[in-house]
Each structure stands twice: as C-alpha cells, then as structure tokens.
Design a protein around this ligand. Structure first.
Ligand code: THU
Length: 141
C-alpha cells in the first residue's frame, strides 16, 4: 500500500469537518483514513451539552470503519475548521492505535509519521494477553 493519496484524504477530512456538530467549542474537526481494503472512512466531532460526552472526529471515523465492515487503518489525516493539519488528542491516539494496520501512517504537523512515532510503546491488546497467559501459567498445578 505504497501509493497513498494524501491530498484526497485531506480533502475528505475537510469535507467531514463541515458536518461537525460543535455548538459549544465552535471548533470543527474532520478526519479521514484509508482502510486496508481500500475504503476511505471519515468522521467529525460531535459535541454534547454534557461537555465530557463529546465524541472526537476520530471516534466517528473508527465507528464508521467498524460498522462498515471492519478493517485496519493504513493512513490517517485530521484537520481543523480552517483545513489545517491537527494532531489527534492523546485519547484518540490510543483509539487509532487499537485499529492500526502495521506501519500505519499519519499526516501530522511535523510530516508523515508512523503510529508508533505518535504513540510510542502503546498499551494494547497484547498487554492483556500477556497478563492472561501469566495468570494461567502461575495457577497451573
Ligand atoms: N477534537 C477532536 O475531534 N479530535 C481531536 O483529536 C482533538 C479534539 C474535538 C473535540 C472538541 O469537540 C473540539 O475538538 C475542541 O476540543
């Protein structure tokens, strides 16, 4: 998957940002990603009067991917309402990491980066598996 059309992803993110529901922050965010089967998924932030309930753009993007058949994220772009690159917040780096294809790339404010670069040594499912295996072997007679 070497040919990533970053301009197209950026355009989809900008389009998604126009659908943001942001009556509180007035800060629209749009995100778009290439999935490993070639689909493009997108999302926008959806705020709530109970502020903490707000869904980031990455949440609606991951929901679209999972509900649309699953897959793994290959390339990701995120923009603010002015179409400028935006870094995913810490929580969303965790969210993206769970669904990343190996070597997933992000279009960041400091250039194209891997998921591992923007969330080094991430906590993930392997930590749970390791612990479960540890428990199993330590309770074995
Ligand atoms: N926001 C996102 O949608 N994604 C991020 O990664 C950073 C923050 C949204 C949440 C909120 O609606 C607005 O930006 C201001 O924080």
């Amino acid at each position: 998957m070497s040919e990533i059309d970053w301009d197209a992803l950026h355009a989809r993110a900008v389009e998604a940002s126009s659908r943001a529901y942001v009556p509180y922050s007035r800060f629209p965010v749009g995100a778009a990603a290439l999935v490993d089967d070639g689909r493009i998924v997108a999302g926008a932030n959806i705020e709530n009067a109970a502020y903490g309930v707000t869904l980031c753009a990455e949440c609606s993007l991951v929901s679209e991917m999972v509900m649309g058949g699953g897959g793994r994220l290959v390339a990701f772009a995120c923009v603010n309402g002015a179409g400028e690159r935006l870094m995913p917040c810490g929580r969303c780096r965790q969210l993206l990491s769970e669904h990343a294809a190996p070597g997933m790339l992000l279009d960041t404010v400091s250039g194209i980066r891997t998921m591992e670069e923007v969330l080094p040594d991430a906590f993930g499912p392997a930590a749970l598996d390791d612990y479960t295996e540890h428990q199993r072997s330590s309770t074995r007679g």
